[in-house]
Each structure stands twice: as structure tokens, then as C-alpha cells.
Design a protein around this ligand. Structure first.
Ligand code: B12
Length: 330
């Protein structure tokens, strides 16, 4: 199964190359407290994590998967003493409803119906959007955190973050999502940036990338995705958010000695602001390598010859890979 395959890849993708995870991260990934994990190990032998020389627990990807299944089993009313004796297949079977006993297929509430999100992880995206719709801030944040910790970074961004953001945009346009929903999603994704950094192996001294949307540009999702992709590629994004004066962006770039600046401009500029903004971005591009994400026919494309333009995230992602290799080997 696709999702299982990706969870199998955990060892390489999220554990700093060791294939082992510390308690703090495992608690975050599984949604269980450290005390519960310790108790399940001690009392029921539910898992057998390895130990460092200093006797600190280190968990494998299989331990993480098993703990997630055990959590689900106990949430569904199964006794931990019984569930802990089952192997992974038996746990999966336990969590499937027996044939013929599925609940009657009543029409789900409209907000939880599949949304038409196109993603390999559509059910996860739908679950996230449903909890956002219901203002379940804690649950929705947990869904994102777990996906960020369990999926390879790039896949998390392309198959979860982007489809979710596109759907949030559509719902917002259709009046089904309010500004509050949109703010909740932005805040959670910004927080997830931190997690992605924790779980993505990155070399010390990874290239820094200042990421921001310039003044008067309040569309933040594009730059957020850019920052997440950079983090997923092991680079060090300095994420400054939206509507930031160009002078501040330039200062941040200079002081941080960043490798490049990534700007996002999602809408057409007003005639009155276009000239001055183009001039300050041009100035920035003279002193710092500058990349700009924007719609394909945006007026800035012809005005700033010193910058490199991106109109989709696949192209940006590819370019970010090269930043990593060139900057680190250079
Ligand atoms: C959500 C939203 C908002 C939210 C933004 C919240 C937030 N935290 O970001 C709020 C409510 C603030 C908002 C405000 C406005 N919005 Co608005 N908004 C949208 C909406 C619904 C989604 C945009 C989005 O985030 N999409 C997801 C991102 C990931 O994709 P994207 O923006 O489509 O970007 C693609 C490309 O443009 C490019 N790209 C863009 N940025 C970047 C960045 C990088 C790094 C890269 C690589 C690529 C890239 O690649 C993407 C993939 O192809 C769109 C309509 C829509 N359904 O797309 C309108 C839209 C962008 N908004 C629009 C407008 C006009 C406005 C307002 C002027 C409305 C108003 N009258 O107040 C204000 C402007 C505010 C301001 N000063 O910036 C127009 C822009 C039209 C135009 N050509 O200029 C749109 C297209 C709606 C429309 N059909 O008219 N908006």
C-alpha cells in the first residue's frame, strides 16, 4: 500500500540518517505522552526501543508505527493489555470493521464529505480540512504534525500542504471558509515549518534562504510553501511572512548572509505601487541572488532581469535541490 511504503521510508527520511527517533519526537509523531509510551513499554512490553550508551530510548520507524496503531486501538475501546500482544498485521485487522458490521452508510455531514482534493493522501487532507472547518485547532494541528513527521518532507509539501492550500483557497472564494479558517491554517503551517526542520536531516551550515512576500502583498500561502520546500530539502529558511517592507527584507538578507532571497507575489500590482516595488526588488537583486514566485504572466517578470522567476512549485523544488548541492560543496 502506498502509505505503508512511505512509512517504511521513515528511517531514511526523518531520523537524521540513524533510523532512530528520540522520545520527544516520537511523542509528537504518535500523539501519545512520553509517560504513556514508557508505561506501555514497561507494563505491557508493547515495544522494545533500543537504548543509547547513556540508556536513553531510541525508537525505530516500526516502533512509531506500532505505537500509532496501539493508540488508535485504545481510542476505539480495546484494552492496551490485549492490543499490546498483537503483531502489526493483527493490529491492522483489529482496526478494520468486520465485514457486515460497518455502520449504516448515512450521508456524512457536508463538511466531512470528500472534498475533491487531488492528492495521494486525499483522506488525510479531507480529515484536516474537516477539523479546520469545525475550528478543531488542536486536532487539525496534530494531523498536520503527524503527517509532517511521518512523510518524506517533499511529499508532505506536495501531497498534503499544496492540495490543502488550494482547497482552502477555493473554499475561501466560495465563502465556505472564513478569514478565521484561513488564519488558522496559516498559523499551523508556520508552526509545522519548525517541525519539518527538526525531522529533516540538514547539515550544519546549510544555505540560508530569506523567504517573504513584499509590502502590500498579503497572500502568504505561496511563500509558506516555498519555505516548507526549502526546509524539506535540508536548507535553512528564514521565514519572514507576508506584507514586509522591502527595506526589511534587504536588511534581513544582508545580516543573515543568506544564500538567496525568495519572494512571492501572488496578485497583480496596482499601477501606483508597481514602479517603486519593481525598483526596490531590482535593487535587492543587484546585491543578493533573488528568486521570485508569481503567476506566469505577472508584470514583474519583464521588469527585473536580475531575478529568476518560478511559476510552479515543482520548478522551485528542483532549483532548491541544486542550491543545496552547490552551496554545500562550494
Ligand atoms: C486566500 C486568498 C486571499 C487571502 C490570503 C490569505 C493568506 N494568508 O495568504 C486574503 C483574504 C488576504 C486575500 C486578499 C486579497 N486577494 Co486574494 N486570494 C486568495 C485565493 C482564494 C487563494 C490564493 C492562494 O493562497 N492560493 C494557493 C497558492 C499556493 O497558490 P497561488 O496563489 O494560486 O499561486 C500560484 C501561482 O501564482 C504561483 N505563485 C504564487 N505565489 C508564489 C510563490 C512562490 C514561492 C512560487 C514558487 C510560486 C508562486 O504559483 C502557484 C501555483 O501555480 C486566490 C484565488 C485562488 N483560488 O487562487 C485569491 C486571489 C489571489 N486574490 C485576489 C485579490 C484581487 C485579492 C484582494 C485584492 C481582494 C480585495 N479586494 O481585498 C486582496 C489583496 C490583499 C493584498 N493586499 O495582498 C485575486 C488576484 C487577482 C490578480 N490577478 O491580481 C485572486 C486570484 C482572486 C481572484 N480570482 O480575483 N486573498
Amino acid at each position: 500500500m502506498k502509505s505503508e511504503h512511505h512509512l517504511d521510508n521513515l528511517d531514511e527520511d526523518a531520523s537524521g540518517g540513524l533510523g532512530l527517533y528520540p522520545m520527544r519526537l516520537v511523542a509528537r509523531m504518535t500523539g501519545l505522552s512520553a509517560a504513556t509510551i514508557r508505561a506501555w513499554e514497561r507494563r505491557y512490553g508493547a515495544i522494545e526501543p533500543s537504548r543509547t550508551d547513556g540508556n536513553t530510548r531510541l525508537f525505530s520507524a516500526a516502533d512509531v508505527r506500532r505505537l500509532s496503531l496501539l493508540r488508535e486501538a485504545t481510542e476505539r475501546g480495546h484494552a492496551i493489555g490485549v492490543a499490546a500482544r498483537l503483531d502489526e498485521d493483527a493490529l491492522h485487522a483489529l482496526l478494520q470493521p468486520p465485514v457486515g458490521t460497518e455502520p449504516p452508510t448515512a450521508e456524512p455531514p457536508s463538511s466531512s464529505r470528500p472534498s475533491g482534493v487531488r492528492s495521494a493522501y486525499a483522506p488525510l487532507c479531507d480529515a484536516y480540512l474537516h477539523s479546520v472547518d469545525q475550528y478543531e485547532a488542536r486536532r487539525s494541528h496534530e494531523i498536520l504534525l503527524r503527517a509532517a513527521a511521518l512523510l518524506p518532507g517533499r511529499e508532505f509539501v506536495m501531497e498534503v500542504v499544496l492540495p490543502v492550500l488550494r482547497e482552502v483557497g477555493l473554499r475561501w472564494e466560495a465563502g465556505r471558509f472564513s478569514v478565521a479558517h484561513e488564519h488558522m491554517v496559516s498559523a499551523q503551517l508556520t508552526a509545522v515549518l519548525g517541525t519539518l526542520r527538526q525531522v529533516t536531516p540538514s547539515d550544519r551550515g546549510a544555505p540560508r534562504i530569506v523567504v517573504a512576500a513584499p509590502e502590500a502583498e498579503r497572500h502568504e500561502f505561496g511563500v509558506l510553501v516555498g519555505a516548507l520546500l526549502a526546509a524539506a530539502r535540508g536548507l535553512e529558511p528564514i521565514y519572514l511572512g507576508a506584507d514586509l517592507p522591502m527595506a526589511d527584507i534587504e536588511r534581513a538578507a544582508t545580516v543573515s548572509r543568506c544564500h538567496l532571497v525568495l519572494l512571492g507575489v501572488a496578485r497583480d500590482l496596482e499601477p501606483a505601487t508597481e514602479g517603486p516595488l519593481a525598483a526596490s526588488i531590482e535593487n535587492l537583486a543587484r546585491n543578493h541572488r533573488t528568486w521570485i514566485g508569481c503567476p506566469a504572466r505577472h508584470s514583474l517578470v519583464t521588469r527585473i532581469p536580475g531575478a529568476r522567476f518560478f511559476h510552479d512549485f515543482e520548478a522551485l523544488d528542483l532549483a532548491l535541490v541544486h542550491v543545496g548541492t552547490h552551496a554545500l560543496s562550494g
